[in-house]
Every structure is written in structure tokens, then in C-alpha cells.
Design a protein. Structure first.
Length: 297
């Protein structure tokens, strides 16, 4: 049995490409209607699902950025790990990534700190192999290692991101992969401290695990991602920057999203993803990484 020795909060989840595998997502997810008797966490999750999946969209920047991140995440995973691989989705919240992967033929284990959310995810599930392992991910035990693990929009909320990645690596079989997305620390408007410059990250332990943007502690820089990977026995197999300020309505561009056609926004997003690496790191807001755990010799 393999322990995951760390704490994981519940983080909301959240590229454009032509892969046929993920060209259509959420095609069979059941659309549900809210009920008065739902617990508060279900009602909160439903509000996110309106923007992320069901519509109608009221915040175009949030919805567009989520769609880019979702597609980029699934692209990184499906390109590096074919179905029916076993995948653990950590801090999966309302389970949209988990459900999409199950529909694509993966054997998915959904995890979240709030065990009652499993019932909400089950309401939306219509097809595919998905099991549920709610609880503190750092205290969970699994009989077998996974082929792949998703850690999306999580690592920026922990005080020790290096330890977090190392703990995640212990859940993956040799030859397997980890897919991570996180806000890009190299963006020119990032004002948060750099983990590498922090003499004592433990001072942030009392404020870690808070959801959403106000809970961000460190935003990782590209060189830190490579260093953490090496320390965790991983290889950075693919690293991509994505989501420009227009796509998510930052820097007052949300006014433009009210009038610009979605196809134009998508085209600009695709163009900025083709920027040289140094320029992309300065301009784009998100980074997605696929780590590979080398085969044992």
C-alpha cells in the first residue's frame, strides 16, 4: 500500500488543438438541475458548473480560460498516456475532468477532501469507469500505483510545493506520468513571492489550502518546475504556456470579450501559444506540464 503523505485542499478546476480524442468533451455528461435540499457544497459546485460546463455563461473570461485549461490538461494526458490507463484525479471538486477521462476510456479514481461531493459527481456520471476515493489525499492509501495522476490548480496553494510533487510521484508507477497545471510564476505581473527565495516556507503553512485565487502562495517558475522534477525522480517531458490576458479577461480586456467573436479569441489564444518560450513565459498566465517517471533499470 502506498501513502500519499501531504494535505490537499479542494481547488476548482479548471490550448486549442485538433486532437480527435478530445475534440468533443462532456458529450454524455448528465445536465442536472439544482434542488433546495442540496448541501451547500453541491450548490456552490453547480454555480461553477454553469460557467464551466452547462451554461449560460455570465463571465466569459472565466469560462474561456477554464475551457483552455481543461483542453490543455486532457491533451497533455491523452498524448502521453493512452486509455484504458488508471488515473487518479486529486482534488477533483465537481469532477468534470474525471468524468471526461472516464468517457474517453480511462479507469478514473476521483478524489476530493469533501467526501459529500462524490454524490454530486455521481449525478452527472453517465458512462465510463470511475471510482471514488474521497478524503485528505495525503492520508489515502492505495493497493496499486497509478498509471497517471492529475494535479491541476493545486500546487500553488501549498506551502511546500517541492514536497507536494515528490509525494505525488510516489503514487505513480515507473513509466507513468503526472499532469500538472498551475498559474505561471514567470508572468510579468506576478507579484507573489518566489518559492526559491523563501528561507522558511513553513511560515505559510497556516494559510495554505485556501481555494481560489486569494489562496495562492507561490506561483512556480519554469526553472523551479524542472528542479522539483529532478528532486522527485521525474522528467519534464512536455511544458507549455497558455492562456493570454484576453482569453481570461485580465487587464480590463473583459470588455472586449463582450463584443469579440469566440473564434477570434480562440485564434488569438492559439497564436500566443506559438510565441517563443521566453516571450510566452512573460505573457501567458498558465503553465501545463507532463512529468514522466522513468522506468526502473
Amino acid at each position: 500500500m502506498y501513502p500519499f503523505a501531504a494535505r490537499v485542499l479542494v481547488i476548482r478546476r479548471s490550448c486549442f488543438f485538433t486532437s480527435n480524442v478530445v475534440s468533443e468533451l462532456h458529450t454524455s455528461m448528465r445536465k442536472i438541475s439544482p434542488k433546495d435540499e442540496w448541501p451547500g457544497s453541491w450548490k456552490d459546485s453547480y454555480q461553477f458548473d454553469i460557467e464551466e460546463v452547462f451554461g449560460p455563461v455570465s463571465n466569459r473570461g472565466y469560462a474561456y480560460a477554464y475551457d483552455v485549461r481543461r483542453r490543455k490538461t486532457l491533451e497533455l494526458l491523452t498524448r502521453g498516456l493512452p486509455a484504458p490507463a488508471k488515473v487518479l484525479d486529486i482534488a477533483a471538486a465537481q469532477g468534470n475532468f474525471s468524468l471526461s477521462l472516464a468517457e474517453l476510456g480511462y479507469q478514473v479514481t476521483w478524489n476530493d477532501l469533501r467526501d459529500e461531493l462524490a454524490g454530486y459527481v455521481k449525478l452527472k456520471h453517465t458512462s465510463g469507469d470511475i471510482s471514488y476515493a474521497p478524503g485528505n489525499a495525503f492520508e489515502l492509501y492505495f493497493n496499486d500505483l497509478f498509471d497517471g495522476v492529475l494535479i491541476t490548480e493545486i500546487i500553488e496553494h501549498v506551502a511546500h510545493p517541492d514536497n507536494f510533487l515528490a509525494a505525488t510521484a510516489k503514487l505513480v508507477r515507473p513509466g507513468g506520468c503526472i499532469v500538472m497545471t498551475t498559474p505561471n510564476g514567470g508572468h510579468f505581473r506576478n507579484s507573489l513571492p518566489k518559492f526559491s527565495d523563501c528561507a522558511d516556507p513553513s511560515i505559510y503553512e497556516s494559510v495554505q489550502f485556501k481555494p481560489d485565487g486569494d489562496g495562492h502562495i507561490f506561483l512556480l517558475h519554469k526553472e523551479e518546475i524542472h528542479r522539483f522534477a529532478t528532486a522527485s525522480g521525474l522528467i519534464v517531458e512536455e511544458l507549455q504556456f497558455f492562456t493570454n490576458p484576453l482569453t481570461n479577461g485580465h487587464m480590463k480586456t473583459f470588455h472586449l470579450l463582450r463584443i469579440l467573436p469566440r473564434r477570434l479569441v480562440d485564434a488569438i489564444e492559439a497564436g500566443t501559444q506559438m510565441l517563443p518560450t521566453k516571450a510566452a513565459e512573460l505573457v501567458l498566465l498558465q503553465v501545463g506540464v507532463r512529468f514522466r517517471k522513468p522506468l526502473e533499470v
